[in-house]
Design a binder for this molecule. Structure first.
Ligand SMILES: [Zn+2]
Length: 233
């Protein structure tokens, strides 16, 4: 019953997760209600999002591109964050979930994939190589880390004692076989590089639903899982 352009637009909206038939029609009709300025700014906002949002060269989270500058996200830019805590996640959207907890003040590393040999996904399909050959060595060789190693530190990892000078890798993976395989591989990497005394690996506490979807976790669950994280290695 609706004119064809509206139906076509509604079909486009249905490409988005969670938008069904009714809400797609409703959104299309709302586009008609916009005044000219609102309509123009919606269009340019769509284009700008598409053109200027890239991935952070440091951690893989969404970041705005500014020509001639290194692409860096707002989290990596924030120098008040603890660079000795790195939370490893599979997807950039998992970072949004972690941030929802509002207590984590470290940095991130988006792996893009979890290792899953059965699905033909191996270490080279993740960003682990970059983490272990670039980011972690830079951190370990930084004067700040050397100072902390020699003088003890103010870092609060809240796990055990006498571990405050270590770099903490916090795993936030959807529970399952791939998470286990990735964790095992990480342990091997730390050992083979001789970094056992410098790096500790933790994962968010159990108590999360076994096959939780990071997108659907509420704030309280995230906070509890971060606070109660467990030592893996
Ligand atoms: Zn970043």
């Amino acid at each position: 019953v609706l004119p064809k352009p509206i139906e076509t637009l509604a079909e486009k909206f249905r490409l988005f997760q969670g938008v069904g038939l009714r809400s797609s029609q409703k959104l299309s009709l709302e586009v008609l209600q916009l005044n000219p300025e609102e309509y123009t700014s919606l269009l340019s906002s769509l284009q700008e999002t598409r053109n200027k949002v890239k991935f952070c060269q440091n951690c893989g989270f969404f970041a705005e591109e500014n020509l001639g500058q290194k692409i860096e996200c707002e989290i990596c830019k924030d120098k008040t964050r603890n660079s000795f805590q790195i939370c490893l996640v599979e997807n950039p959207t998992d970072i949004i979930t972690m941030e929802r907890g509002e207590i984590y003040r470290g940095l991130y590393c988006v792996l893009e994939n979890l290792i899953s040999p059965l699905d033909n996904i191996f270490a080279e399909d993740t960003t682990l190589d970059n983490l272990f050959t670039t980011r972690l060595p830079a951190l370990i060789n930084s004067s700040q880390f050397k100072f902390l190693e020699e003088n003890g530190s103010l870092l609060k990892n809240k796990i055990g004692q006498n571990q405050s000078t270590k770099i903490e890798l916090i795993l936030f993976f959807k529970a399952g076989f791939a998470a286990e395989a990735t964790t095992a591989y990480l342990k091997e990497l730390v050992i083979s590089r001789g970094w056992s005394d410098k790096i500790l690996i933790t994962r968010l506490a159990q108590g999360l639903p076994l096959y939780y979807n990071p997108d659907t976790l509420d704030q309280a669950t995230v906070v509890k899982a971060i606070e109660d994280r467990r030592l893996v290695y």
